[in-house]
Design a protein. Structure first.
Length: 350
């Protein structure tokens, strides 16, 4: 069926007194085109504007009415035609749906071929074929296939993209090795800088960041070492001053017995070995003042000899100042008060 026979008579629209109508419109327009609006004429001007708008609307409404009547046969024809061909549109829609289903199945077959091709071309490489999923729909177009066989152009396109990804991986590994080696040489962890590379930073940006961090850490360590050294020196000076103070205090205490150390303290130390030793010496000196004659001991006036003084250097260790003071009191109480310490020092234990 190729024919659609329709007969119609074009309607004629005739405006009666056309020239008179145009003259009236022109006259009204000219009468108001040069109207000067002032404050005094404002009320009259608004009234004139309203009347002209009312006239324009009434003329336009009449035009719409005439057009509607003129188009009435066409409107009726369009309603009839749409209903008449509706069954034809349904048939077309049904066939279109079937074609699209078949085309979708064919495209799925082509996509399957593309996936298989991607897996084949990425085998034995570090490239993951799944990263190209966004390209599959375009590669699977019918224009890229002869039936279900891919054309050379699509194979070349896939190969080009895969080669580009392989190059990116090689560059990434090289950049990662560069960063890791640089970090190893500077004794820092490469983990945060590899993350920077993974986030999209260039290798030059990452290396610059490492250099800045290494310099900062070096300066921080130097400052910390200087601070520790200064603290060490200050502590050593404080210890030296403290030692000098304690030594001076012990020397003064040794050479001047405190008044609170009395006879009772001295007696309480009669048992230590060092005190017993000195008491034995005292007894020997007393015995020498006696003379033995024929087994009988008699007291004689000792021979007056020139007074001589002897110096003995001894070394005595005390565990506390109190013990030193007690020993000194014992010496004084037993007649050995004429002595003076010439050296007093702390004994360091290993």
């Amino acid at each position: 069926m190729n024919e659609f026979n329709v007969t119609f008579e074009p309607a004629k629209i005739e405006v009666l007194d056309r020239e008179k109508f145009e003259e009236q419109i022109n006259s009204i327009a000219q009468a108001n085109s040069n109207r000067l609006v002032t404050i005094d004429s404002m009320a009259d001007d608004k009234k004139t504007r309203a009347e002209l708008r009312k006239l324009s609307k009434s003329l336009n409404d009449e035009k719409i009415r005439i057009k509607k009547e003129y188009n009435q046969p066409l409107t009726e024809f369009e309603v009839w035609f749409k209903k008449a061909v509706e069954v034809l549109e349904k048939a077309i829609s049904q066939i279109d749906y079937g074609i699209k289903e078949v085309e979708a199945e064919q495209k799925e077959e082509r996509k399957k071929v593309v996936h298989e091709l991607l897996i084949e071309l990425t085998a034995d490489t570090e490239v993951d074929s799944r990263i190209f999923e966004s390209f599959v729909d375009d590669w699977a177009k019918a224009s890229n296939f002869n039936d279900v066989k891919p054309k050379k152009q699509v194979i070349d396109s896939i190969t080009y993209v895969i080669d580009g990804e392989k190059q990116k991986i090689a560059e990434y590994k090289a950049n990662k090795d560069t960063i890791s080696n640089f970090c190893f040489g500077n004794n820092v962890s490469d983990t945060p800088y590899i993350r920077m590379l993974d986030s999209g930073k260039s290798v030059s940006e990452v290396m610059s960041a490492i250099s800045e961090d290494v310099l900062f850490e070096k300066q921080r360590q130097e400052a910390e070492e200087k601070r520790k050294e200064a603290e060490k020196q200050r502590q050593a000076e404080l210890e030296k001053q403290q030692q000098e103070f304690e030594t001076r205090k012990l020397e003064e205490s040794f050479n001047a017995l405190p008044s609170h150390v009395g006879e009772e303290n001295a007696k309480s130390l009669s048992q230590p070995e060092v005190v017993e030793h000195f008491k034995e010496e005292f007894d020997k000196k007393a015995a020498q003042s006696q003379v033995e004659i024929s087994g009988t001991t008699v007291n004689e006036e000792p021979e007056k000899l020139p007074e001589k003084k002897y110096m003995a250097v001894i070394e005595i260790c005390f565990s506390s100042i109190e013990e030193k003071n007690q020993w000194k009191q014992v010496m004084i109480d037993n007649g050995f008060g004429d002595f003076k310490a010439t050296e007093f020092k702390e004994i360091k234990h290993d």
